[in-house]
Design a protein around this ligand. Structure first.
Ligand code: GLU
Length: 285
């Protein structure tokens, strides 16, 4: 029997959802549902200093208002540190991580690899994963054939003791059985490092699909950092219809007056990967 599709949406609670995040949530949801799959929500609350109080709850409320419900209970990274530590222990036992207290500049000058000074490092240090120079070739669902070379050994645990995104995202995708990762094209460049980590942890590498980004007038992607407007949950149906337009649909007039769940079933019955234009662009008005 073919393996069931398991997809996910994994927001970081650094601010409320904006239209760009809705496009990713919706694209990952529709791709999963259209393939008879499950869609999971994972809250990536891994970095308290970067988080905005109340953002996680607000994100979940927005997803709910837009009819986007996780098939399994929402997982919170903040409660999963033991899993990240277990994975680090395994990588350490396999000789794949090393302590490092270099600055980024020093690492860059060393070609992204371990420097002699790092060997036997004591005291406050980060843990890095040996993979600089590794090459990954893969077919991305929207960005096509990709060849990426890892430029620098990534940090898996920071000097301040926090687990890094790259480690947690892979450990959780493995633990949750995620086999198709649909997310924004801003994360395309992380794929080689993450694929290396999947392999090092003995798991198979999921299919990746990076959706086009919604840009603002200034040519930047909509993001919490550049203060994209939060989604208005009162306009959930209109937001969904607009996001469907960005993902290549031609919604019929009147779809906007349907409930979010009806809009989602209309769209999941018609989802076509090839209808999505891979280019990052402004939202068509
Ligand atoms: N938490 C990451 C973010 O919000 C996304 C992780 C992922 O989809 O791989 O940017």
């Amino acid at each position: 029997m073919p393996e069931q599709y398991i997809g996910r949406f994994a927001p970081s609670p650094t601010g409320p959802l904006h239209f760009g995040s809705l496009v990713c949530a919706l694209g990952s949801y529709l791709d999963a549902i259209a393939h008879g799959g499950q869609w999971l929500v994972r809250m990536e609350d891994l970095d308290p200093p970067r988080e905005m109080p109340g953002a996680a709850e607000r994100i979940l409320k927005s997803l709910h208002a837009h009819g986007l419900h996780s098939h399994t209970p929402v997982v919170w990274q903040n409660q999963r540190h033991h899993l990240y530590q277990q994975a680090l222990d395994k990588l350490r036992d396999d000789g794949l991580v090393y302590p490092c207290s270099c600055t980024r500049e020093q690492v860059r000058k060393a070609g992204g690899h371990q420097r002699a000074q790092c060997v036997g490092e004591q005291g406050n240090h980060a843990l890095r994963f040996h993979c600089a120079g590794a090459q990954e070739t893969f077919h991305d669902l929207w960005q096509g054939e990709q060849t990426q070379v890892v430029g620098e050994d990534p940090i898996l645990k920071r000097k301040d003791g926090l687990y890094a995104y790259q480690l947690a995202v892979v450990v959780d995708d493995i633990a949750q059985g995620v086999n198709c990762v649909v997310r924004g094209a801003d994360l395309l460049d992380c794929t080689a490092v993450q694929s290396q980590l999947f392999r090092a942890l003995g798991a198979s590498v999921p299919q990746f699909g990076h959706l086009p980004l919604v840009m603002n007038e200034g040519g930047q992607k909509l993001s919490k950092q550049n203060h994209a407007a939060p989604l208005d949950d009162q306009k959930a149906s209109a937001n969904l219809v607009q996001a469907l337009g960005f993902l290549g649909f031609h919604p019929p007039p009147g779809l906007e007056s349907e409930l979010p769940t009806q809009i989602l079933s209309w769209a999941s019955a018609r989802w076509q990967r090839q209808a999505v234009d891979r280019r990052n662009r402004l939202l068509a008005q």
